[in-house]
Ligand binder design. Sequence first.
Ligand code: 0L1
Ligand code: MG
Length: 262
Amino acid sequence: MKLQPDTIEALAAHLEACQLEARDTLKITDEHPGMDWDDAYAIQAAILARKLKRGERLAGLKCGLTSHAKMKQMGVSTPCFGFVMDSFAVPEGGEVKASELIHPKVEPEICFVTTKALKGPGCHIAAVLAATDFVLPGIEVIDSRYRDFKFDLKSVIADNTSAARFVVGGQAMRADRVDLRTMGVVMEKNGQVVSLGAGAAVLGHPAAAVAMLANHLGARGEEIPAGTLILSGGVTEAVAVQAGDHVNLRVQGCGSVSLRFV
Ligand code: 0L1
Ligand code: MG
């Protein structure tokens, strides 16, 4: 680690304030070019600690930048990991206040719920499938706190991978009842198809993203507990939204889930 503990706390406080007050900032590596990956995840962990201290609850974990479409869109080449809180959750068909966000985008996700703990190193697709209770569709609302979504990977990890809101719903399916690679995903904004793809866009198989998360946590002596919701990453590039937009996601064999921006 290159940053001092008080700098990590100060950066966490700054980024969380930007999230809570819906204001943007410049990427933090501009002022801290020497920060390393551990610093980035330590800032993210400090944001989580701040939220837990205020009584919020962890709702799940997320993988980000797991598809080539997303990596290309954001100009990075490595996935990243973050968390979602209960305060980020939107009920199925529910409303998201655009005024609480800076420049939201939506992306279609295949979500997992585990029934057994997953611990790396050495976690693989088969272990993930064996530990999966069910999969279901989800829409993630991302909202980078960085001006114009201009960031590098360390800055975005510190900013909890742009996590802002999410909705899950539709038809939960047992993982052995579906082919997660060929599972089709169609996202509509205001009735128009805006992105489409298949599960294999996520690292060849969405369970590979979950395995990567387990291995990432394992390297830190942590695990994915049983009963965890995991967003495996945007299948397609993210789509900008604004107040008045209605977003609907259909996932083959798993029904649909929606939300609207007011
Ligand atoms: O969930 C994601 O893929 C977001 C990763 C962070 C980069 C972004 O804001 O697009
Ligand atoms: Mg995402």
